[in-house]
Design a protein around this ligand. Structure first.
Ligand code: FUB
Length: 343
């Protein structure tokens, strides 16, 4: 049995997900799924992977995406509906290439689509595009968000407050902003990293402005701490933040989850405030097929789901397909580790 919408437009308690661990979308390659329930309907905001003539390199240039499509699902068992082209790089005045992982938010009848792209100088910035519909098409602002840099924006809403999290190291360029200015010390994405025994580079957070188009305050680093209160170290590749920030709240706890990049896991840390600090807790998702791991966590009809991707359809690391599975919070608040399955 599938989910049904109640008369209030809310999705009711769901039964089993029928297509557990099968690719959700098969007519195009999709990745980095950011999922939200807006007005009782499930919306997926993924990257749109494509083949291009750009060769694979350490900065991820082969992830050379050019547009976005938005998908909707009436319930967790439904096949996602493709709502067509939502935003194209050619329509974003400041953007040159690499439309990476996006997210979206809903406020006062408007839908805001947040996305990273490299600007004309090949520096990653964050952009916003606006629509009256959750599926777009979205009209981009003429400039990137003021003071923005790096990639992987994710928005967490709590009441009237909307927090945007972002950042990713190596190809995501976050390490190049350690001094507050862009460091261009070389072409290697590893050049500007801290020493192994120094604190790892932090993702960033800021409340959004009332109009949702800019940072509404000075961005702050999101601290991820070990259980003894010390910062996770840059050399701790099993646990340090790499990219793919996501925040959800369960009971009274904020969960900050992220990819560990070159160790390929989705890890999580918990805290008492959306700003953190967050204390490292463990692994949500073990490595999937393909180099990248990127996810979102969302409550739908009283159950929690993990949306993620792998490369089952293509076998190529830059041509991914999104999937979903149920996620379980244990009675002590910890998250049960998921071992990815191949359908
Ligand atoms: O899709 C391009 C990049 O790959 C994303 O921005 C990262 O999080 C990784 O999934």
């Amino acid at each position: 049995c599938a989910n049904n919408k109640s008369s209030e437009g809310k999705i009711e308690e769901s039964a089993e997900v029928q297509f557990l661990n099968a690719p959700l979308i098969t007519h195009m390659y999709t990745a980095d799924p950011s999922v939200h329930v807006f007005d009782g309907k499930i919306y997926i905001y993924p990257s749109h992977d494509v083949e291009s003539d750009v060769e694979e390199d350490d900065t991820g240039a082969h992830f050379n995406m050019r547009d976005y499509h938005v998908f909707s699902m009436d319930n967790v068992n439904a096949t996602p509906i493709d709502h067509g082209l939502a935003l194209d790089v050619d329509d974003i005045p400041w953007a040159k290439r690499q439309l990476w992982a996006p997210d979206a938010a809903h406020k006062n009848g408007k839908y805001f689509f947040y996305f990273p792209a490299k600007d004309k100088d090949d520096i990653f910035r964050l952009g916003v595009a606006v629509s009256d519909s959750p599926t777009g098409p979205f009209v981009p602002q003429p400039e990137p968000m003021k003071g923005s840099y790096s990639m992987d924006p994710a928005v967490f809403q709590e009441g009237d407050n909307y927090y945007i999290y972002w950042g990713g190291i190596w190809g995501g360029q976050l390490q190049k902003w350690r001094t507050g200015k862009y460091l261009s010390t070389g072409n290697s994405p590893y050049d500007d990293e801290p020493a192994d025994d120094e604190p790892a580079i932090s993702p960033m957070v800021a409340k959004l402005s009332d109009d949702m188009l800019e940072f509404g305050e000075e961005p702050k680093p999101v601290l991820i701490l070990d259980k003894d209160g010390t910062a996770i170290k840059a050399g701790d590749h099993e646990r340090r933040f790499f990219e793919a920030a996501w925040v959800h709240k369960y009971n009274d706890t904020y969960y900050f989850s992220y990819s560990t990049g070159n160790t390929h896991k989705i890890a999580y840390a918990t805290g008492n405030s959306p700003y953190g600090p967050f204390t490292y807790q463990g692994v949500i998702l073990q490595p999937v097929q393909g180099w990248t791991n990127h996810h979102s966590i969302v409550e739908i009809g009283g159950k929690w789901y993990l949306f993620y991707h792998d490369t089952e359809l293509s076998g190529k690391t830059h041509l991914r397909n999104i999937k979903m599975t149920e996620l379980h919070h244990e009675p002590d608040g910890s998250i049960r580790t998921i071992e990815p399955l191949i359908s």
